[in-house]
Every structure is written in structure tokens, then in C-alpha cells.
Design a protein around this ligand. Sequence first.
Ligand SMILES: [Zn+2]
Length: 608
Amino acid sequence: MQCSAESETERITLMGGAQSGKTSGVLENGLLYWTDLGEPCNVLYLSATLNLVQQFVQVRMDNLYRQAGVRLHRELVDYETQQITKTTGDQLLKKTGAGFVHIFKSYGSVKELRTLDFRVVLLDEVDEMLTNQSYSKQGSIMKIIEERTHTYANRKKIVIASTPLLKRTSIVYKAFLEGDQRYCHIECPYCNKMQKLEFKNLKWKFANAEQTKVDMLSVYMECIHNKCKIKNNDKTSFLTLEKIKWIPENTEHAQLNHRSYQFSQLYSPIGMTSWEGLAQKFVDCKNDADNLQTFYNTNLGLPYDDVIDNQRPELLHVLQERYKAGTLPEVPRDSDMKPLVATMGVDVQGNRLECELVGWGKNELSWSLGYYVIAGDTSAYGSGAWENFSTFLREGNLPMGPSLVLIDAGFNTPAVNQFCNGTKRVRPCKGGSALRSDRFRHTLLTGFAGYHGNALEHYIVDGNIYKTNLYNNLLLRKREKTKEVPRGYCMFPQDYTKEYFKMLQAEEQVAEHNSRTGKFYRFIFKSRHGTRSEALDCRVYAMCALDIFANKLCKSMNLGLKSTDWDIFWKAAELQYAKHPPNPPKSTINNDSIVQWRTLTDKYTKRL
Ligand SMILES: [Zn+2]
């Protein structure tokens, strides 16, 4: 077993669904081994919440210690105070015996561990950190764990186990990719060829015309070699310890001494989750993104790839509200559900400008207020699209005036800079990465002026951060019963088409590997083949424009603020809104060179 002390394995990653045996199989047995049965040493067990930790100890460990006859001390040295206390060694969250201390904690209390070293650390349900803790803490928890195991060098064991959540952010999936990526292979009971079971090879017929009920007798797994029909009942013959094999798929590029395993309910023994049950479950939830994610995560033990999911653009129609592009949503007078400020992001193409006006409210709520295409040549300032754009900003009857406009200056740069020269609210920007923790930073363009005669600011925008944020927010839904909207919820006008949402989701997050070593490096955004992405770029710049505007406003308030304080910013925005409420136009613009999204597909794309 890989948990044993002789094994060279230093890291073990277990990615799998609920009850797929990952915790019972490895964590518990590991803990037993590291008591006086095997090689006693200090072990730290961590899980997402104190509740989960207590459950793990009470439901699983206490029994196991008893059954295995592990002797726990009745007297113990308190590891924090170094004083002998008269308490029993069988404390709920601390078990001590001859030569070992087992400590059980939640991720939130890791900081208290600074005095003790561990040879073994078990990290359970790591992806829950994403829902319970802020992202920033996740890094520091990992750092503390590395420090606390440092003295054991290559004799340490770090075990990471979790049900994976979203592919883009999953901690356990990232760890799985870094390891040697082992999948369970079975021998086909009919042709005796080895293979990995995959859900896509599960076949079934429907029992009714509506295709909601799976015909249970029809369910089988198609053998990938000879199309043999493997049935759930055949599991007794192939699902035995002697016959299954864990085959690594990443032998060349895996981190040294890191084994990673994937567990799926397709391999549940008879009497537990069956293939028939999985087929029906999938049919029940295949049109509902949230339930589908749960199916992938807990039943298949796979991270959910919400971005690649082709159904996504269609599913986004639920984010459309009852207002039209170019108008403001109607809200009760004292409701917080309204845009208080607006920003605009502009994408430059050779023969047109595309831009989105986004309204922002408290709790990071956003409303797309209009998507516009301004036709005309963009190569030279002062004519073509630029002339039209000036008119548009001045007389376009926008539902809310943008507090800041960011224009992509990566293309036709001189024209963009000249357009921004001397303006109060329009700034050039460019996508960039490697900004470390900053979402944006600016440089000054000499030869161009900002509003008060200072040099013009040019912004570098970390697109990855904003895209990740946006794609996470697009997954949010209203609460079913109360219709309450969660923080970060995105809203769109009723007249945006499917084409718009396709553009908004033009990119997907993919794993990037180091070109020299082939090792997993980080996630990046890549354009999906053949999809236009102007709407996505416009949104990213509009998001960054809000960030910049809030940052500037906070710093200018003479409160000694060095960075953005969002509470203060929204209070200021509210006051400003009360003083000067937006005065939306009665009718929306209708100028030949300016086309709103609603008509874009009919009128404009034909001319491209
Ligand atoms: Zn076969």
C-alpha cells in the first residue's frame, strides 16, 4: 500500500465522488498504519469545517481505533502548552498514543499549528475550501502545511482527497493533473481486454416516448475493444482486487513521487450505485446545469467543465430580465437592485468598434445596458468609426453615462491614443498577464494628455482574472423560491440573442503545460475555434473600468485610503445617484452607423 512508510510515494491525490471509497480506503487505513500498528508518527488530518472533522472522527475513526485495538494514552502532553494535563488521550480532536499524536482540524484553524511538525498530513475535501474560505487563504494553508512537514523531507506523506467541483478552480483536479493520473482499468468479462470505464460508453434505451425513463433492462457498458455488452451484474466477475489495475496516464511528466487516483461510481460494487441508477440520474438532470454539475462531481468523480459545456449559451437565457437594450430596468424606488454607476468597454476591429455599456450595483450586481456596433474605418483618428463614436458618446442617448470608458489599444494604437487624448473619461488599455496579484496597472503615455493636463494613463488589464470572475458569475442563479439574487449576479436585456451569449462565452479555460518539461503549469483562457469574442473583450474592459474608477474615487476622497474600499465606494455612488439620477431616453437611438445588438445579427453581420 502506498501509505506505508517504506513506499517512496510522498504525495497521494485522490479525486473522486461521494462514497467512492476514497476516504474509507486510504485515509482511515493510513491513519491506522501511522499509529502503533505500523510506524507511529505525528499525523494531521484537515477537513473543510469543524462539523466534517467531528463527523470523520466520531463516525469513522473512533470505531477503527477500537476495532484495531489501538492504545490511546490516558495522559497526554498538551502539544501547545507543553504541560502535562490529566485529560484522557481520547480527546475528540486529538488522539495520542505511544509515539504518535493524531490531530484533527478544520482548514480555518491551521494557523494554530505553528509549533508541531507532522510526518503525515491528510487533506480531506479540499475543494470545499473554495466555497468556505477565500481564495487567498488557500495558498497560505498549503504553505503552512509544507512548512510543518519540512523536517521530514522525502519521508513525508501528503494526501489530498476531495470530490472535485469546477474544473477551472478545483484544487484536487489541479493536484490530480500534477500527479501520475491513475485510472482504474478492468478486464472485459467477454473478451478479457483491459479498459477504463467511461460514462460516455454507457448505453441505454428509453422506456417512454418522452424519454424521461430509462429502460432498466437495456442498460449496458459497451466494451471499447469489441463492443461486448457488459452488464452491471457482471461486476462480480471483473471488480475484484486481483483483476483491477490502476494505470497511470501521465508517466513522463508527473511530479516526482506523486501518485494521483480518480474514483468513480461506475466502479461501485453491486448493491451500491448501479449503472442503471447512474443512467436514470443523468437523464433526470441533463438539462439542469446545477444538477448536472453535482452528477459529474459526486457520481462520476470528475470536475465539471461548465465552459466547454455546449449547452451553456442557451442556458444563459435565464439571466435575461424584463428590460430592453438601451433602457434601464424598472425597479421600486428604494430597491438596492439597480445600477448606480455605468462603465463601458470598447473593442477595436478594422471596420468597426464594438462596445458594451454595463451598469453596476451593490453586491457586485451587473446589468448589461446595451451592446453597440459603431461602423466605420478605425485606422485613422478623426474620421470613420471614431467620428461616429464621438457623436455616439455625446448624443447617443445612453441610458446611463459611463463613468469610465476603456478602449482596447492593442490594434490601431495611435488612433486610440489620439481619441483618448485630453478626455476626462476615456482611456486606452491593453490585455496583459503576469501582473502578479494586481488586476490592472497603469503607465503614463508621454505626448498625450489626461484631463488635468497630466500625462494620459494607459492601463494593462489582467484578462485572466476578469474572465475567471465573469465565468464564475455567469454560473450564478436566482434562489428558486425567494427569487433573491446572489452576489455577483449578471443580468442581460430581454432582446439579446443566442449569438451574443455565444460571443460572451467565446473562450474556455484550458490547462497549460510547461513547453520544456511538459508539466502542468497553470490554467489559461483559449478561444474556442471559430467563435467571435468581441462581447467577451468588451465585458472584461468594462469590468476593469469599474475597478479603476472605484480605485481612483476612493483614493481621491481624502480618507487616506490606499486601495479600493468597496463599502465606501458604493456609499459614494449611492449619494451621487440620489443627487443626479440617470435620465434615460424615451426612445433609443436609431442612427445608421450605430447598430444596437438587437438588430446586429439581421443588419450588421450581413455586411461583414
Ligand atoms: Zn469486450
